[in-house]
Design a protein around this ligand. Structure first.
Ligand SMILES: [Fe+2]
Ligand SMILES: [Fe+2]
Length: 182
């Protein structure tokens, strides 16, 4: 694997791993504040970030060794509205800058596994930003978000509310590959 693509994937792995943990912490905080649906949303999206981290890790399976990894990640444990603002900011950065740049490099270097794992993440992060924005609007209005079951594709991290689709629109995985958070 080309070094630039490998470095980008390591950073993306770091970022997704941190997001996974950060959303679990923020989810527990939302639950403690009396927003069970926001808590459930954080936990569902945390699982999608785990899918992304796993995909990046597998794409780098031939690049072993220990590395110092620089990865962006938000910090701070504040009120749920502010935590949601941090989540939205992080997701939007990944959508607007990080993954498009990583995909461009991976395409230039003909690294197909990296292109795929970054595309999967890019598509899911768009949905995460929208879901978190809805949640923040509800919390800022003093109530929990209305939220049906949240379905997460275990192959690509696609995150959708309601029933799982017969086939994932991003990776074509069958319905049974979706995990419901309800
Ligand atoms: Fe995300
Ligand atoms: Fe999928």
């Amino acid at each position: 694997m080309h070094e630039m693509t490998a470095a980008n994937l390591r950073s993306a792995f770091g970022g997704e791993s941190m997001a996974h943990m950060r959303y679990k912490v923020w989810g527990a905080k939302a639950g403690a504040e009396g927003y069970p649906n926001v808590a459930r949303l954080f936990v569902a999206i945390a699982s999608a970030e785990q899918v992304h981290a796993t995909g990046h890790f597998k794409a780098m399976k031939d690049v072993g060794g220990a590395f110092l990894v620089a990865a962006g990640g938000g910090f701070g444990l504040t009120a749920t509205s502010e935590n949601l603002a941090g989540a939205i900011q992080g997701e939007n950065f990944e959508v607007a800058e990080m993954y498009p740049s990583y995909i461009a490099v991976a395409e230039d270097q003909d690294e197909k596994a990296a292109v795929r794992s970054c595309r999967y993440a890019l598509e899911a992060e768009k949905l995460h930003a929208a879901l978190y924005t809805r949640a923040k609007e509800a919390v800022d209005a003093g109530k929990d978000v209305e939220l049906a079951a949240v379905q997460v594709c275990s192959v690509c991290g696609h995150t959708v509310e309601g029933d799982a689709p017969d086939a994932c629109p991003i990776c074509a995985a069958v319905k049974a590959k979706f995990t419901a958070f309800e």
